[in-house]
Design a protein around this ligand. Structure first.
Ligand code: ATP
Ligand code: MG
Ligand code: MG
Ligand code: MG
Length: 477
């Protein structure tokens, strides 16, 4: 089943259940304190917080999301992309758990010829918050999940809040068992690679008070309880397409194949660091993910820069280009990779076709600039490497810092290129110099106190960490 059909079935199903279909919002979040839309609920935050009245009692969407928090997972786990689509159904004071749970089950397990996803119910596991007896009973008695496949989880795992006083409540997650080939038995509490999380149901049930982290008081039940759910579209695609991971699904794989072809190296689909070809496979998966994310970000108006969203985009593009270099391709390659991603995504996101001229111009310019950076920094790095060799020591922290500061050479590039030359880098010394520089910048900023009133920029730079949605992203892990 193609990704497109997965989203179509989703919207059809929830429309039939009385939900209004709401188009995806931009990846660029308009919510204060957050850079990107990280979940399907983000555009609905004002309704959930009670700041605005929702125009519909029930809504459904397939929301474009960016989670840069997951960047280090990309290519290594089977299930994390920086860009992905989250399908969701939402109730604004309308139905609650008693409907949300059976609907989720119905859509997952209804046969494909009858409009569902046709997942084998025996392979589905669920988790609930340990004190949520209601959810437990609904799964066991109404839906009929055997007790052996319902796991109770702590507040750390299965409790949501918005990181501030307001709505909070337990959540419940649905996992798919990929089988013994992928890891050990024991359910999602034991192995998150074998048991893939596909869908998270959040029950906004309580009013929480002041506090930090999970330390806050529950003040009482919410007068109007809400439902917020999110299902990973690509994760469903990976299961229904019988492929091994996110990156091999129909909207992502073509870029991976293009990277393999450009480099003349084979993609082996390996999963473990000890497998042959693993490093190259990770690189190809990273490229496939990052090229797509970059394209979608530029389509939504982000341009490369040194701060905030622009920096995230720059980092994604550069990581993709660097991964290509590590696959042995030193020439520009976005002119092949980007069209591959456009062709894979264009049917569902016509903007990437219609606006391709602009999108590609921005991406190609960034690639040229980065390749130049690499070129000019490379001779400086070569000097540092020869010096280190002559001394029988590592590349000094000062050299690595100069490469970073003057040539825009990211430390991981220095590390990898030095390693290729068989030399180490004094990374602790480099970090110390970076910290000194940061402290100096902070002191300067404090000195300019008045000009420093706008903390929002700083907060944005800390990404989603301090944002009101941190709760969603971090509690629901
Ligand atoms: P995980 O524990 O696997 O990282 P999560 O608990 O962080 O997932 P949620 O915040 O609950 O994810 O998001 C709801 C759903 O969105 C998940 O159940 C999953 O299907 C999907 N999802 C979350 N993060 C990603 C990602 N980085 N790439 C693809 N799909 C994702
Ligand atoms: Mg989750
Ligand atoms: Mg999780
Ligand atoms: Mg996560």
């Amino acid at each position: 089943m193609l990704t497109h059909e997965i989203t179509e079935r989703w919207l059809n199903y929830f429309q039939k259940q009385g939900h209004s279909v709401v188009p995806s919002a931009s990846l660029v979040s308009t919510q204060p304190g957050s850079m990107f839309t990280i979940a399907g609920m983000v555009p609905f935050i004002p309704y959930f917080l009670g700041q605005e009245q929702a125009p519909w009692p029930r809504a459904t969407s397939v929301q474009k999301c960016i989670r840069t928090k997951d960047i280090e997972e990309v290519g290594k786990t089977a299930r994390h992309g920086t860009f992905f689509q989250m399908a969701g159904n939402f109730s604004f004071g309308d139905y609650f758990k008693e409907r949300a749970i059976p609907m989720a089950w119905e859509l997952l397990t209804t046969a494909q010829e009858d409009g569902g996803y046709g997942l084998d119910p025996e392979r589905l596991w669920v988790t609930v918050y340990e004190e949520d007896e209601e959810a437990y009973a609904l799964w066991r008695d109404t839906v009929g999940v055997p007790e052996g496949r319902i796991q109770r989880m702590s507040k750390d795992e299965n409790y949501w809040d918005a990181g501030q006083p307001g709505p909070a409540g337990p959540d419940s997650e649905i996992f798919y068992d990929r089988g013994p080939r992928y890891g050990s038995e024991g359910g999602p509490a034991v192995d998150d690679d074998r048991y893939i999380e596909i869908w998270n149901l959040v029950f906004m049930q309580y009013q929480r008070g002041e506090g930090s982290g999970k330390n806050y008081e529950i003040l009482g039940e919410l007068p109007r309880k809400n439902i917020d759910t999110g299902m990973g579209v690509e994760r469903m695609a990976m299961l229904l397409q019988g492929v091994e991971n996110f990156y091999e699904t129909d909207q992502v794989r073509p870029v991976l194949d293009a990277a393999a072809e450009l480099s003349g190296r084979a993609y082996r689909g390996s999963e473990h660091p000890e497998d042959e070809g693993y490093d190259d496979d990770v690189r190809m998966r990273v490229i496939a993910d990052h090229v797509r994310s970059s394209m979608m970000l530029i389509a939504d108006g982000v341009t490369p820069g040194n701060e905030g969203r622009g920096y995230i985009l720059r980092r994604l593009l550069r990581r993709a280009i660097r991964a290509m270099r590590l696959l042995g391709v030193v020439e520009p390659c976005l002119n092949v990779l980007l069209p591959a991603s456009r062709d894979a995504m264009g049917a569902d996101f016509p903007v990437v076709v219609d606006d391709f001229e602009r999108i590609s111009r921005i991406a190609y310019a960034e690639e040229r600039a980065f390749l130049k950076t690499i070129e000019s920094g490379t001779s400086r790095l070569d000097e540092a490497v020869s010096e280190a060799r002559a001394q029988g020591s590592a590349v000094t922290g000062a050299d690595a810092f100069a490469l970073h500061d003057t040539y825009g050479f990211p430390i991981d590039l220095t590390l990898e290129m030095a390693a290729e030359a068989g030399v180490q880098v004094d990374e602790p010394a480099f970090r110390a110099l970076m910290n000194e520089q940061r402290d100096r910048a902070r002191a300067d900023a404090r000195a300019k106190k008045g000009a420093y009133a706008d903390l929002s920029v700083l907060r944005a730079l800390q990404e989603q960490r301090d944002s009101v949605f941190t709760g969603y992203d971090e509690t629901a892990t």
